[in-house]
Design a protein. Structure first.
Length: 716
């Protein structure tokens, strides 16, 4: 039998025995799926939600189908485009149907008149329904961008791992495996996918699988692609020195690429952030000054809930949406940290106790703030047998005749218009801000101190790594080299790190890897840093290849650390103008303007209230003012939005703006850093919140007294 006959015979025989059911893909695929679900729980939740409500599958055009499918592939979502659009449409229609049902129910029980139908509510929910459709329809695109940003932040460490590993072992497959095990997610998932495609036979070699993966990054991160192509070319270089030079060149390409991208980003975000501040903060705040008079001129068309919806929902959402678009354009490359969970004080961050303590402190203040509402709009005063409002006597009579100043109209009780009620309303936003200040400070106090210690350690780590590499180059074992370095770095932060490693080896009997990485007593637990973890992981791996290899690796890392520190310092200098301007606007100018606006509202209310009182007592004409009846009819205080509600809504608006901009500035300055975000948020709330409280208090009292003096001069 010739070769072809043998191949045909056994191919037919094997083909009959092997079917799809006999091939077990469970080991690789289950590990991959489990890994994906463990690392990306948010994406898995979105997948489950979409699959559950995406039964309404719509047929899309080929262009839309391919576009959404591309985003789903980037974000590693196991969904179909038709499911995404079906879930978006169903969510939108369901919300609008429920809103219409609630509106009809309210209209029916409220009398069934034409004027009783809640048209504003239904219109608002219609807009929200359209947004819900857009939100779910565009979710794959946003998740794809977030995935790219998160993965992009790990590209420099990934190239570093690959370069350092291939310096002592020129094997691409082992280097990719090493990177997939030690780089942070989600890029580690992509590298495991590269290996997974080879294991399952989709590609015959690791190079083919890697090249296929790099096609994905050509449009957004070309420097990452170029670095890996240089690494691949080093495999074919016969000269060892030339091979090392190519590998080091690969690292330089990615570093230069990150710097150039961040340089362009810093220049491009200045104008959008300025526009966001002007359109989302300054103009709305100044527009608030017109609301008291506008509400009276329009005869009560503008109600307090209109102000709440516009200033506490629509504008904050507008600011959040615009800042999110700016942040999504931020190139990855540095600043993201995921070692927070390994900090010994992490239990404080996860604890719910700070919220309970803050709630117990702030609830009495919040209760005092809503006291006017309780007296004016609930039957509680009747149950307790006390007055609904209080007459002011003595010194307090300077602030009016009644404490809360509720007014009876044909449509029911309106108010409160009193200055005392307005002063009490300050406690509502103050208690809300204080709740977050106390809870966030308690959660981050010790963690941020440990973070600062770690940052000081990182600044000293370059020279310490160089010293450690020299000791290893002298032929001293790594375990002994740590002792030598600890002795030569007394008085520095690095001394404590090396001393902990030495203590774990000497007293606890640990090996080098456990002395550094042990989850309970390892030195890295007390200094949670990606930089230190990367350096020590490479040290542990390179020591296995010999002391000379380890020494060369540490020298390379030392140079890498120096370059990264230089780049970060340059980027912070470039971002300093944007960050400082936005921070001053957020914590100083916005609270200052808002406080003055509230003071103006109180002054307008006081003037109109006094004029109405004079009119009711028989005053008709006053020199310089004309006929009071015409003035009070034109500016009827009963139809005006009470300053009590304006102040609460403005205060909450300032808190929301501080939340949004604090998170945005942290991402711009340091990447996705949840610890720094919460810590900075508590500090900015303290600065901005307290300034708003003090400024508003001064403005209310001073402008109210000024209005009394002015009216007294006119009346006399």
């Amino acid at each position: 039998m010739d070769v072809q006959d043998i191949l045909r015979k056994y191919s037919r025989k094997i083909g009959e025995e092997i079917t799809e059911e006999n091939v077990d893909y469970s080991k690789v695929s289950s590990e991959y799926v489990q890994f994906k679900n463990d690392l990306m729980p948010k994406l898995s939740s979105y997948e489950k939600w979409t699959k559950n409500i995406g039964f309404l599958k719509l047929r899309l055009s080929y262009k839309d189908d391919q576009r959404i499918r591309k985003y789903l592939e980037i974000a590693h979502l196991e969904l179909e485009p038709s499911e995404v659009v079906g879930a978006a449409l169903f969510s939108s229609l369901f919300l609008f149907f429920v809103s219409a049902l609630l509106s009809l129910t309210f209209w029916f029980f409220n009398g069934g008149g034409i004027d009783d139908f809640p048209l504003f509510f239904l219109g608002l929910m219609g807009v929200v329904s359209m947004f819900i459709f857009y939100y779910f329809y565009s979710m794959p695109q946003r998740l794809a961008i977030q995935w790219k940003l998160k993965a992009g932040s790990q590209m420099v460490p990934a190239i570093l791992y690959t370069v350092i590993y291939m310096k002592h072992t020129s094997n691409l497959e082992r280097a990719i495996t090493f990177v997939s095990q030690h780089v942070e997610p989600p890029l580690s998932l992509d590298f495991r996918k590269i290996l997974w495609d080879v294991e399952t036979g989709r590609f015959s070699t690791i190079k083919d699988s890697l090249d296929n993966y790099l096609e994905f990054w050509k449009e957004s991160n070309m420097e990452f692609v170029e670095s890996f192509h240089l690494i691949e070319s080093s495999l074919y270089e016969p000269s060892e020195d030339r091979r090392i030079q190519i590998l080091e060149r690969a690292l330089r390409v990615i570093l230069d690429g990150v710097y150039e991208k961040m340089l362009k980003y810093t220049h491009s975000i200045k104008s959008p952030l300025t526009n966001i501040y002007m359109l989302g903060i300054v103009l709305p705040t100044l527009g608030l000054a017109l609301l008291p008079l506008a509400s009276t001129l329009l005869g009560g068309v503008i109600q307090f809930y209109h102000v709440f919806v516009f200033f506490n929902i629509i504008i904050p959402f507008f600011v959040f949406y615009l800042t999110s678009n700016v942040l999504l354009k931020r190139p990855g490359g540095y600043g993201e940290s995921s070692l927070l969970e390994k900090n010994p004080y992490y239990y404080e961050y996860e604890s719910k106790k700070p919220y309970l303590i803050a709630g117990l402190i702030c609830f009495p203040l919040f209760f005092l703030g809503i006291l006017p509402l309780i007296f004016g709009y609930t039957p509680i005063p009747d149950w307790l047998g006390i007055e609904q409002d209080f007459a002011l006597t003595g010194f307090l009579s300077t602030f009016g005749d009644r404490a809360f100043d509720f007014r009876e109209t044909t449509q029911g009780i309106v108010g409160p218009f009193g200055v005392i009620a307005l002063l009490l309303s300050l406690l509502v936003p103050f208690s809300i801000a204080l709740f977050f200040i106390i809870s966030f400070s308690m959660k981050t106090k010790n963690l941020i101190k440990a973070r600062n210690d770690t940052e000081e350690l990182e600044k000293e780590f370059t020279s310490s790594l160089f010293t450690l590499g020299n000791r290893l180059g002298d032929g001293i074992p790594a375990e002994v080299a740590f002792v030598k370095v600890a002795e030569s770095t007394k008085g520095q932060k690095t001394n404590e790190f090396f001393r902990i490693v030495h203590t774990n080896i000497q007293s606890m009997g640990m090996g080098l890897e456990h002395a550094i990485f042990d989850s309970r007593r390892g030195a890295l637990v007390y200094f949670p840093s990606n930089l230190i973890a990367t350096s020590m992981r490479i040290l542990v791996e390179s020591v296995k290849k010999g002391l000379k290899v380890a020494a060369e690796s540490l020298m390379s890392i030392s140079e890498y650390v120096r370059n990264i520190q230089k780049i970060n310092e340059r980027l912070k200098d470039l971002l300093a103008d944007v960050v400082s301007d936005m921070k001053s606007n957020m914590t100083f100018l916005a609270p200052l303007l808002a406080g003055i606006v509230v003071g103006l509202a109180s002054m307008i209310t006081a003037i109109l209230s006094r004029l109405k009182t004079i009119t009711e007592l028989g005053g008709e004409v006053i020199t310089g003012l004309g006929n009071l009846a015409n003035i009070t009819q034109l500016f009827n205080i009963d139809t005006m939005i009470p300053p009590y509600f304006l102040q609460i809504f403005i205060g909450i608006y300032i808190i929301e703006i501080i939340f949004i901009l604090s998170g945005a500035l942290v991402v711009i300055d340091a990447g996705e850093d949840k610890l720094k975000r919460i810590h900075e948020l508590s500090r900015n709330l303290m600065k901005g919140g307290f300034l708003y409280l003090i400024m508003t208090l001064i403005a209310i009292i001073s402008l109210y007294l000024l209005s009394n003096i002015a009216l007294r001069g006119v009346l006399t």
